[in-house]
Write a protein that binds this ligand. Structure first.
Ligand code: NAP
Length: 472
């Protein structure tokens, strides 16, 4: 096949129903898994390998040839070989001229090489059209069939027609291609499989740290203090009582921490009188992980709801109820219903239920399948307005729960406040400052700043002119 015919073959649209042959270089794990999936989807597959011996592992309908011979049979060649072996492709440059080369490789470390593997391949074979794809899909998932149609395949490349051909294959395999632009995006795509929950690290470490702190705090006040001063062994509190104290506290604090960076951002913008200056790095990072903080808060709130539902089933709860009834019987006196207490208890439960409902609503709207179906205004309405309402409800739930008891000296063991009092500090601070920020005179100025107004326009002439994200 001459050079021109291979060029035409690479970019000619497929008008018949028959799929075009795809060549895969490398009969390793990924090459075999992808070849198997392609054969299932109707693509004739030819392997280019160092050894043309057919093994049992190779899909039975596939052909195995030498690299040069296999490459001539297809317009698209998938390079299922590690980057360190790419040099063997240089002598094949003429055969590969005009062909679409799909780089699927990954590295062992983030930013392992100065340029991405796909860019390296494009430098080695300037006459070919390199497209990056499939690197975020595992051989195991391809083989076991655990891929579903929502599984995204990131695709990038400088040649639009070549990229479209690869995206068509992705679709034919039942996957969803996501066009990430030119080959410059390859480095980012190659880093994806190496990242370990990048947006979750800070929220998870923060939650673990705070949970450990509050758990120990409760152990000291509810178990050790009671043991020393009242000679009561309440060590079983570790199983349900203390977790049911820590979970709501964590849920409330983390929910407040979702809205606190927005407050800081607003204060910084008001102080600077412009939005055209970067926020400090710590604030940028904090704002980027608000969704994760919110989801962890929702998990704690859900645990609190479950722990609360099982409370009446506990031996301790029935013992305490029985004790109350027996003491009334012994004293031959029925305690009258305390209407104030009844109101307080029903109100805090109602506030908790409403707060939890709004919390769940926030969690649902943060799911990509839901958030993709609402416009920006609707999303902001739910996440900002209903989010603040959820924070108000949950803060009120805690305040009403504590009621007058927060003011009683018995709530302060060893002069330490109860954790519910500690949990109110951040949410109350957020709500008070937010209340100040929505005063018309302040809100008007903030809105002007977010629409581009500047008190001191010198910032707009500054070096990089980066626009801060407007804080929710
Ligand atoms: P593998 O099982 O080690 O297979 C690599 C294949 O490369 C070998 O079977 C061999 O095929 C060929 N090869 C090895 N040394 C060579 C050399 N010196 N010259 C020419 N060809 C050579 O690796 P793999 O797991 O399939 O991964 C292949 C590529 O896919 C890697 O870049 C990897 O990052 C990427 N990837 C893998 C996965 C996965 O789940 N495994 C997922 C995404 C991306 P022949 O013996 O047929 O020549």
């Amino acid at each position: 096949m001459n050079k021109n015919s291979s060029n035409t073959m690479a970019l000619a649209p497929n008008t018949s129903n028959k799929r075009e042959t795809v060549c895969i270089f490398g009969t390793g794990d990924f090459g075999r898994a992808l070849g198997h999936k392609m054969i299932q989807s109707g693509y004739p597959v030819v392997y280019g390998s160092r050894s043309t011996q057919i093994s049992n592992l190779i899909p039975k309908d596939a052909e195995v040839l030498g690299h040069a011979e296999a490459a001539q049979k297809a317009a698209i060649i998938i390079i299922a070989i590690q980057r360190q072996h790419y040099n063997f492709l240089t002598p094949l440059a003429e055969v590969l001229r005009g062909k679409v080369l799909v780089d699927i490789s990954n590295n062992l470390k983030l930013n392992q090489y100065p340029e991405s593997n796909a860019e390296h391949l494009a430098q080695l074979l300037p006459g070919s059209k390199v497209v990056k794809a499939f690197n975020t899909v595992s051989a195991w998932a391809l083989q076991s069939g655990t891929l579903d149609a929502s599984r995204q395949v990131f695709v990038c490349g400088d040649d639009v027609a070549a990229k479209e051909m690869v995206m068509n294959i992705v679709r034919a395999l039942g996957l969803t291609p996501v066009d990430k632009g030119s080959l410059l995006a390859a480095q980012e795509i190659e880093n994806y499989p190496l990242q370990l929950f990048p947006m979750w690290k800070f929220p998870i470490f923060l939650s673990l740290g705070l949970t450990a702190f509050f758990f120990l705090y409760c152990v000291v006040l509810d178990i050790i203090y009671t043991y020393i001063y009242e000679k009561n062994d309440f060590s079983f509190f570790i199983a349900i009582t203390i977790p049911n104290r820590v979970c709501p506290v964590m849920a409330l604090i983390l929910l407040a921490l979702v809205y606190l960076p927005g407050i800081f951002a607003a204060i910084i913008q008001l102080y600077r009188g412009t939005k055209y200056r970067r926020f400090p790095d710590w604030l940028d990072k904090w704002m980027q992980c608000r969704k994760q903080l919110g989801l962890i808060a929702l998990a704690f709130a859900s645990l609190h709801a479950v722990f609360t539902l099982v409370t009446p089933l506990r031996a301790f709860a029935s013992w305490r109820t029985g004790k109350g009834i027996i003491s009334q019987a012994l004293n031959n006196k029925t305690e009258p219903l305390d209407h104030t207490n009844a109101w307080l208890s029903d109100s805090y439960l109602a506030l908790g239920i409403l707060g939890f409902f709004l919390f769940v609503l926030l969690g649902i709207t943060s799911l990509p399948s839901v958030s993709n179906n609402v416009n920006w205004r609707e999303f902001r309405f739910v996440q900002s307005k209903l989010g603040y309402l959820a924070l108000i409800m949950c803060t009120a739930h805690t305040l009403v729960y504590g009621g007058k008891w927060f003011l009683s000296p018995s709530a302060y063991k060893w002069y330490l406040p109860n954790i519910y009092i500690l949990s109110l500090i951040v949410p109350c601070a957020v709500l008070v400052v937010k209340f100040v920020l929505i005063f018309p005179c302040i809100d008007k100025r903030l809105t002007q700043i977010r629409q581009g107004w500047e008190r001191n326009p010198k910032y707009s002439k500054q070096s990089n002119h980066v626009i801060n994200k407007s804080a929710v």
